[in-house]
Design a protein around this ligand. Sequence first.
Ligand code: ASC
Length: 127
Amino acid sequence: VAVKPEDAIDYRQGVFQAIKWHFGTMGAMVKGKMDYDADDFTRRAEIVSQLSHLPWEGFVEGSYSGDTDALPAIADNWDKFEGGSNMLMEKTAALATAAKTGDMDQIRPAFGEVGKTCKGCHDNFKD
Ligand code: ASC
């Protein structure tokens, strides 16, 4: 592998933390715990959509042990994992599109689809 496994773990965890940061604030707006600000929501949705492309190259050989919650099942079921990664890219792009409408009736289900996609992979591939 071209990178050290521990660096790959740090890299992908950093990206996922940034995704969580923005997705969490968006969730607060969707759930009415924070005032909905359409421009800010859209900005965050676009950031998450772009970040969704980044973690995958951090899942390298040797990076499923040590300081990580990623399970070896990822390497053993790579096609399924890749399907989940593609799903996240698609659903976050759809959320960014929905965000631009400023219509919470479109945003709420698109937000829910992203959350389901996060959970789907975590259930299968995260300790
Ligand atoms: C979050 C977060 C996740 C997802 C998931 C949705 O805010 O950190 O991992 O949503 O819990 O089911």
